[in-house]
Write a protein that binds this ligand. Structure first.
Ligand SMILES: [Zn+2]
Length: 357
């Protein structure tokens, strides 16, 4: 073992959230949490136009009632330009804390820009469609990588189920797909450990795996569109975020199924949601891992999640092409796809055998 790795193992750094609030009306606790963390003077809220109306405005009013100076930055995308604009705003206003209010992109911009400017970040998700709401990674467009990069963990996560349940149900289903994906992500990680001697953290892996199992076991409850079901999902998503914080990378939560998801988005952009594609990817990658892929498919069907190309408005050849491309998305990340190096005919056979095409 060389000394750099040795040093890294000695100094494994975990940055974790300190306050996590999940439940109906959680938004009202924003001033209390903010005060508790020592942010009593100033804040910057980063939100989208829609998410500002849904939650950002309330956050602003609640903090202002608490005598804080609050500024707002509205963003619609998560490009390098957006992050640059947010950083400029943070440099000028010097807020004590940055709130990211939204689904994916707004939280990503808030997380990434606040990390660069060494300012704490609080995550206020308005949807539960993926684990980025609690992870230390952000997905930014224009970095010439379709996947996420390390930035910082939120210091607090305030997830109001009342707000999250108002989003289209498809977002919840997508969130379930992103959690179920951990079944194969963890298997890929373990494989990389066994065959490439990559660092593997049992604790982080178990946490991610347990989240996937909990969502699968509670599929019936989630399907009922109950608050209780949404809570199970939110807690699982937050645990997945924490698993990444513990691992110090996205390894426990993102494997070959995520590569398939990223590839399909490149082949057929803007047709489907991240977690929906991950769910379908998990069916196929579970089959490659010789895991219980039929159980994955049945659970997704039970949730009402997409399980076939046509469910995603994709063509059969798109799925085959995405499978072929998947291994090239992140060549440095060793997965079952690196091990098997599938040809086009293998990809087609896999998709057919698992019923995704
Ligand atoms: Zn994901």
């Amino acid at each position: 073992m060389n000394s750099v790795i040795d040093l890294y193992l000695k100094h494994h750094h975990m940055q974790l959230p300190r306050e996590v609030i999940v439940g109906n009306g959680a938004l009202e606790r924003v001033p209390e949490i903010s005060r508790k963390l020592g942010f009593r003077k100033s804040a910057l809220i980063i939100a989208g136009k829609k998410t500002y109306d849904i939650a950002g405005k309330t956050v602003k009013e609640l903090l202002e009632d608490d005598k804080m100076e609050v500024n707002t930055l509205l963003v619609e995308t998560a490009t390098i330009m957006d992050v640059g604009a947010a950083e400029e705003k943070i440099r000028t206003l010097k807020p004590q804390v940055v709130f990211g209010v939204g689904g994916g992109t707004k939280i990503d911009v808030a997380k990434c820009s606040s990390a660069h400017q060494e300012t704490p970040f609080i995550s206020i998700p308005t949807t539960a469609s993926h684990d980025g709401i609690a992870s230390p990674l952000s997905s930014i467009k224009g970095l010439d990588k379709p996947f996420s990069v390390m930035s910082q963990a939120p210091i607090a996560i305030i997830a109001d189920t009342n707000i999250i349940m108002q989003a289209p149900w498809r977002f919840i289903i997508s969130g379930c797909g992103d959690v179920i994906a951990k079944l194969t992500a963890v298997r890929d990680w373990k494989l990389a450990h066994e065959e490439r001697n990559e660092y593997y953290g049992t604790y982080a892996a178990s946490l991610a795996l347990m989240s996937a199992k909990l969502v699968m076991e509670n599929a019936g409850l989630i399907k009922q569109e109950s608050e209780e079901g949404v809570r199970v999902l939110l807690e699982a998503l937050i645990s997945c975020g924490v698993a990444m914080s513990i691992a110090g990378s996205s390894r426990p939560c993102s494997g070959s199924e995520h590569m398939f998801s990223h590839a399909l988005e490149m082949v057929r952009p803007n047709q489907s949601m991240h977690g929906e594609r991950c769910g379908i990817g998990t069916i196929m990658m579970a089959s490659l891992h010789k895991a219980r892929w039929k159980h994955v498919r049945t659970t997704l069907e039970r949730l009402g999640a997409p399980t076939t190309a046509s469910d995603l408005d994709a063509r059969k050849e798109d799925v085959v092409e995405a499978l072929r491309m998947a291994a090239t998305i992140r060549p440095e990340r060793y997965t079952i796809l690196s091990k098997l190096s599938l040809g086009v005919a293998d990809c087609e056979r896999l998709a057919k055998a698992t019923g995704t095409i």
